[in-house]
Structure formats: structure tokens, C-alpha cells
Design a protein around this ligand. Sequence first.
Ligand code: GAR
Length: 230
Amino acid sequence: MTARLVVLLSGRGTNFTALQQAIHEGWLKAEICAAISDRDAAGLELAAGWGIDAVRIDRRRHPDRASFESSLAAAVTGYAPDWIVLAGFMRVLSTDFVTQFLGRMINIHPSLLPKYRGLDTHARALAAGDRDHGASVHFVTPELDGGPVLSQARLAILPDDDPERLAERLLPLEHQLLPATMALLTSKPVELRHEQILLDNQPLAGPLLLGHDLDDRRDFRPRGSVSEHG
Ligand code: GAR
């Protein structure tokens, strides 16, 4: 069955593009029903160009967060999505909103969570003298960037990295991580139960690692077993 996705974004939409490309290439069995943004965003232009519904729900045109979120929830619900994917959506969502979509909403975040929730993740990793950096895909729960982590991509920090260069080097990994994770979510039973991720009805011990549990061809390969295509 083709999974229905709604993507929420606030900016340029390169992760959204990576999802659309994976669908086009046929290894992500999904359909993006809509891209929804809280502001003018280049990602919306891309969506419109591909014939995907592009919806702007401008936060500034709503008197408060509650009315903005009620418009957002109505728009999302109208598409009856199986999954809601936050791909560079930069607005903090209330507990009420998150609870409505709990277990069906995921986010990509540019750090190795639980490190560096919130903003300026690349600069913070550098300032801390970390050897590694990365990105995480996690279930969205009321705690900001605090939900259970499904998958991660890692990269080594280099001596000449600055925040911009590190972000630039991480982005291509995000573009593999997000579609690979969505391919998993749309092909295996994955459930969020009491802050625990169940994959194939088994508790997930830790994040799936890109290049190890999720491979470069974007197939899901459980840790320790032989790849179906290997
Ligand atoms: C990505 O790096 C994503 O991880 C980050 O915003 C960027 C969006 O880029 N998300 C967050 O910081 C969420 N807290 P994109 O618009 O090109 O996909």
C-alpha cells in the first residue's frame, strides 16, 4: 500500500526534495500529498512545481499559536496522512498539537540526539570539541527534540570545520537518512508505545545507524543479519 505523507517545512526544502526523489526512484513507496509551511518557503515553490499541493499557513496571519495550530491541524488532517514528516519545520509545536498526531509524526534534527536539542547544533558540537556529529530522525513528542530516536547518521568532525562547513557536509547524509527511515516506516510495522519504539513488535534497542542498519542503497538491514540484496 502506498503511504500518504504530509511534509511540514519552513525553508529551502532539500530534505523534502530527497523524499520526493526517493519516491520518484521507486524505493520509497509513498506519496507526498502536501507540503505545508508556516511561512513563504522555497520548499513550497518546489512542491508546486512537482504538482504537489503547496499550502502556506502563515503564523503571522493568526492572532495566536492556538489558532495557527488549529488551522495547521485541520489542513494536515484533511490529507488523512499515514505519516507527518517535519523536514526543516522551525516552529515549536504545542503539547495539544503533538498529542493529536502522536506516533505518526517524525522530525529530522541536525545533531546526534540527545545531544544539542534546539538551535545552533553545528556550532555547539564544535564548541564542545566533539569528535563526531550527525543527524537524527525521531518521533515527535511534546518535549522539544526529545522523542525516541529511530535512526541516525554520523560523520567525523574535521579540524577545519566551521559551523557552515559542518552543516554542508552533514546535509547529504540527512538526504539519505530521512528517505531511508521513511522507507522503513512505510514497509515494516513500527509503533511508538509509551516512549518506546517497537519495530516488528520488538523494542528498538537504539537508533538505527545509516550505513550499518540502514544502508546506502536505502534498504533496511537489521543489525547482525544478512542483507536481502547483499
Ligand atoms: C535541515 O538541516 C534539518 O535537519 C534542520 O533544518 C534543515 C532544513 O533544511 N532541522 C532543524 O533544525 C529542526 N530543528 P532543508 O529545508 O533544506 O531540508
